[in-house]
Design a protein around this ligand. Structure first.
Ligand code: KG4
Ligand code: ZN
Length: 307
């Protein structure tokens, strides 16, 4: 069976084709909108760009996979959560194509697709497991037992990705900020600046990052704003974000004993975060599952992942 995955929930128009008989991703094409949102995502512009790009992205995926559209058996499209006008573009395209080809369309929850993204190329672990979906829109912890996903913790304000984007913007970098912060932090010196550990006395599984952003902004405004300051502050920001995540993951595996966790979503592309969470998992004698770098962030294949 050939499955078409369509993802338009945010700023990437993504289309993937997958062959279930050979378990192969035939194409995974992403048309990025980073250039049109240098200061952050503009909802109306994003929807217009999806409408302009979706047909060419779909045609590029067909060309890459070498199949014809009449070979497609099923369409999976993201229907929630996300920006409504952007989601509508994917949904309308999927339903129109499904109708014209006479094939079924199924809607996919974007977060559930992220949860499964680390198992596109790797074997699913035994249930239950804990999933940390850390992206631009969400910082959610789930207890996954089979097809049941229970939300056990979430950010009560900004997501980790949003904080990275906002702090990078303060320092003059374009969206998405996460990759800029990661590069700067590599040259940062530990201990030069101090940010607070979010939710340090909170015992719930919820996360909070907006205080970190305010503390970052206060230091940034008063410091000399040299390149070295950018690096040192980025280092400290990453250190506190991952410490906070690990603190909550420690509580999560205490409350929900599991042998496996996965770390997914755009922020999970960050090597420093991957390494730190891996150190935590090894110490706890649990297995960490990461997605292939191409599948951490939004893409059409995460739509297929849910199928
Ligand atoms: O999952 P995603 O592509 O979209 C949402 O569903 O939100 O995640 C986008 C987020 C952005 O905030 C971006 O800055 C962050 O992922 N990101 C990173 C890195 N690459 C992307 N954060 C940290 N390090 C990275 N290398
Ligand atoms: Zn996402």
């Amino acid at each position: 069976m050939i499955v078409l995955g369509i993802e338009t929930s945010c700023d990437d128009t993504a289309v993937a084709l997958y062959d279930t008989s050979t378990d192969q991703v035939l194409a995974n094409i992403i048309s990025s909108q980073c250039d049109i949102h240098p200061k952050g995502i503009m909802v109306e512009l994003a929807a217009r760009a999806h409408a302009e790009n979706i047909t060419t992205t779909f045609n590029a995926a067909l060309k890459k996979s070498g199949i014809s559209k009449t070979d497609i058996d099923l369409i999976a499209y993201t229907n929630t959560p996300g920006m409504v006008s952007s989601l509508m573009v994917g949904a309308c395209f999927a339903k129109g194509l499904g109708y014209s080809l006479g094939i079924p369309c199924i809607s996919v929850n974007h977060l559930q697709a992220h949860i499964l993204s680390s198992f596109i190329e790797h074997q699913l672990p035994d249930y239950p497991y804990i999933s940390a979906v850390i992206s631009g829109g969400h910082s959610n912890l789930y207890y996954v037992s089979g097809c049941t996903y229970s939300l056990i913790g979430q950010s009560i304000d900004d997501s980790a990705g949003e904080i990275l984007d906002k702090c990078a913007k303060l320092m003059g970098y374009t969206y998405p900020g996460g990759p800029h912060i990661e590069q700067l932090a590599k040259q940062g010196i530990s201990g030069k600046y101090r940010l607070p550990l979010p939710m340090s006395v909170d015992t719930s599984l919820n996360l909070s990052f907006s205080g970190l952003k305010s503390a970052f902004a206060r230091i940034w405004e008063k410091c000399p704003q040299t390149y070295a300051d950018k690096c040192d502050l980025s280092y400290e920001l990453q250190r506190r974000i991952v410490q906070s995540l690990i603190k909550k993951l420690t509580s999560a595996i205490r409350d929900y004993p599991v042998q496996h966790i996965n770390f997914v979503g755009g922020v999970s592309r960050n090597r420093f975060f991957q390494e730190q969470i891996n150190i935590f998992a090894t110490a706890q004698e649990i297995t960490l599952h990461l997605a292939n770098m191409d599948y951490c962030q939004d893409n059409g294949e995460i739509g297929r992942a849910h199928v």
